[in-house]
Structure formats: structure tokens, C-alpha cells
Design a protein around this ligand. Structure first.
Ligand code: 15L
Length: 278
């Protein structure tokens, strides 16, 4: 049985994975917060990944790392920097020094949140982060690419939508992933024999998806859930009058935070040029 480190194990996604994957791996759980009762087959090691010493200690001797740890929404630059840039670097570098080859990285739909909802995007699109948080996820994907090319590490990036037992609003009908589907995808990341550097979307088989998840399917992902049967109920509860920008972009409210302009409109320079020509 593989020993797998789960960083950020005290969070929501970590809690779902522990339950769904119980008995499949020997889990080493790690978080800054304590976990009251590790289950059978689990051990807990407290650690702050913004400190290299801790990152080295928690990654020693494992077969793979599921890296969920970090700041999970938009936040101040200081918080994002500590957890998602420094912390992420520490995990990758500690893994390399400890000879751990395989990392499953919980990246996010917010790495590409500035794609419009009328677009279908696949794993090859250029990143379009919608927040500092999204930028930190793009950084994580880029660092994984470097560690894969330079050091031969095996990196499996899951651009997670929203992990929840049920889809909670209109936007999440398109990006929802059920606990059992995220567990399946994470297991592919841990066990697939042929991973070098992969990007997949962490979504169920939603009919309303904005993603072409062909790369996940190629690697064997067969989602069992679809948000559609719950769509009517979810839409009935949706409050009308959402900001048109929130409605236009995949990242939803993340695009609105500190918004300085509408990216679909021409830049002031382009506007001036057009005026001059006319
Ligand atoms: C994420 O990346 C966040 O970690 C999660 O809390 C949700 O906000 C999710 O995206 C989402 O877009 O719904």
C-alpha cells in the first residue's frame, strides 16, 4: 500500500478525500490545524508549509503527495504569497530533495477564470487567472512544469471546480464535482503509471460544463455524477440580478474583486486610435 501525504488535510476537500479513499492508501495527514481523530490507517503530522523545515519533515518517506494545502480563495498578497507561493515552492523543493516523484496538485478553475462562459476550454489553453489566488495557482502549475522537465518529477494538476456533495448555485452547475468523482480523479493522479505533466479539470460529467476534459478521459476518468438532475432546484433558488460581468466569466464573483475595467472592451489606447482614424 502506498504512503500518501495529504497537505491541507483539515479542509473540506481533504475531509472528503479521507472518507472516499479510506483503506486505499496509508495517509499521512498534515495541516497547520490539528486533526482531532486520525482514523485507522492515518497518521497526523502538524506542519506549516511556509517553513522549509516543516515541508522537509512532512514529505520525507512518502510515495506521493496530494497537495491541497494553501489559501483557497482570494486574499491579501501577503497571505497568498506565504501559503501558495512560498508554501508551494517548499513542498515541491522538499519533495525533490526527499526523492518523492509524484505530486497531485489541487489547482483551480480560477487559473482560467477569465475565459467566458460561452467558451469551451481544454487543458491546453493559455492561463487567464481571475484573482491573485488564480495567479498563485498558475504559479503552481508552472512550477510543476519546471520540476517535471528539469527533475523528471511526475505532476498531475487538477483544476478543481467546486467540490461539494451537491451543486450550490447556477455557476456551480457547470463546475461542480462530487466527492466520489474528485476521489476517482485523485486516485488516477496517484496510481496512473504514465504521468509526467498533466492538466485535467476537476469536474463531474456535468452537461453544463465549460470544459473539454478529454485529457482526464484519456487517463481513464469516468465521472459518475452530473449536476443536471439538480439543475431545476438550484436555478429556482438563484437570486436574479447578478452583475453581468459575474455572469459572463467562468470565475464568477472572483472577477469582480477590485475590478479595474471590463476586459472585453477595447483598451483606451485602441479606442483613441480608432477615433483618430475615423
Ligand atoms: C476555488 O478554487 C475555491 O478553493 C473554492 O473555495 C470555491 O470558491 C471554488 O473555487 C469555486 O470556484 O466555486
Amino acid at each position: 500500500m502506498k504512503t500518501v501525504l495529504l497537505t491541507g488535510a483539515a479542509g473540506d476537500v481533504g475531509t472528503h478525500l479521507r472518507r472516499e479513499l479510506a483503506g486505499r492508501y496509508r495517509f499521512r495527514l498534515s495541516d497547520r490545524k490539528p486533526i482531532a481523530k486520525p482514523a485507522k490507517g492515518e497518521t497526523f503530522v502538524k506542519g506549516d508549509i511556509s517553513k522549509m523545515k516543516d515541508a522537509l519533515a512532512i514529505t520525507r518517506g512518502v510515495d506521493a503527495i496530494i497537495h491541497l494545502g494553501g489559501y483557497s480563495v482570494e486574499g491579501s498578497w501577503e497571505d497568498i504569497l506565504d501559503a501558495n507561493i512560498v508554501g508551494l515552492y517548499n513542498i515541491y523543493e522538499a519533495a525533490r530533495r526527499n526523492g518523492v516523484k509524484r505530486i497531485i496538485f489541487a489547482t483551480s478553475n480560477h487559473a482560467v477564470g477569465y475565459y467566458r462562459r460561452d467558451q469551451t476550454i481544454d487543458h491546453r489553453v493559455y492561463p487567464r487567472p481571475d484573482s491573485r489566488y488564480g495567479v498563485s495557482k498558475v504559479f503552481g502549475e508552472a512550477l510543476g512544469s519546471l520540476y517535471s522537465d528539469k527533475y523528471g518529477m511526475e505532476i498531475f494538476n487538477i483544476r478543481i471546480g467546486n467540490v461539494n456533495p451537491r451543486p450550490v448555485d447556477k455557476r456551480r452547475l457547470s463546475i461542480w464535482i462530487s466527492p466520489r468523482d474528485i476521489a476517482q480523479l485523485v486516485s488516477i493522479g496517484v496510481d496512473h503509471p504514465d504521468v509526467r505533466f498533466e492538466i485535467v479539470y476537476g469536474v463531474s460529467g456535468n452537461r453544463r460544463s465549460w470544459y473539454d476534459n478529454a485529457n482526464a478521459h484519456r487517463l481513464g476518468y469516468r465521472p459518475q455524477d452530473d449536476s443536471e438532475p439538480q439543475a431545476q432546484e438550484v436555478l429556482a433558488k438563484e437570486k436574479p440580478g447578478a452583475d453581468p460581468l459575474v455572469e459572463r466569466y467562468q470565475g464568477g464573483t472572483f472577477v469582480l474583486a477590485e475590478l479595474g475595467g471590463d476586459p472585453s472592451k477595447p483598451t483606451p489606447k485602441a479606442k483613441a486610435k480608432k477615433k483618430k482614424k475615423a
